[in-house]
Design a protein around this ligand. Structure first.
Ligand SMILES: [Zn+2]
Length: 95
């Protein structure tokens, strides 16, 4: 499934479009993290802090805004669905 980039994920809170992502930036424009709506269709929102954010778990991003790749894998342990997968070249892949 394609990762659809949107300006403000909260505008989609009622629609909860699975796989939509929002870049959250610092004031200098660098990437703080990526918010996304879970892929499974449960409608829950999650957040991936990027390296340097100071969070206990951080992800790396390849710098591509149109077709982002992040690592590690994404495991929604805090959600009932426990969706697990990857975001690679702008495509979500379930494990
Ligand atoms: Zn889910």
């Amino acid at each position: 499934m394609r990762a659809q980039v949107i300006d403000d994920i909260s505008e989609f809170r009622e629609l909860r479009i699975a796989g939509s992502i929002e870049y959250r930036e610092r004031s200098d424009g660098s990437l703080w993290g990526i918010a996304f709506v879970c892929l499974c269709g449960c409608g829950n929102e999650s957040y991936l802090p990027m390296r340097g954010s100071g969070r206990p778990h951080e992800w790396d991003w390849d710098g591509n805004r149109e077709a982002p790749t992040v690592s590690l894998s994404i495991f929604n342990t805090g959600m009932p669905c426990r969706w697990h997968g990857w975001l690679r070249a702008g495509e979500w892949q379930s494990c």
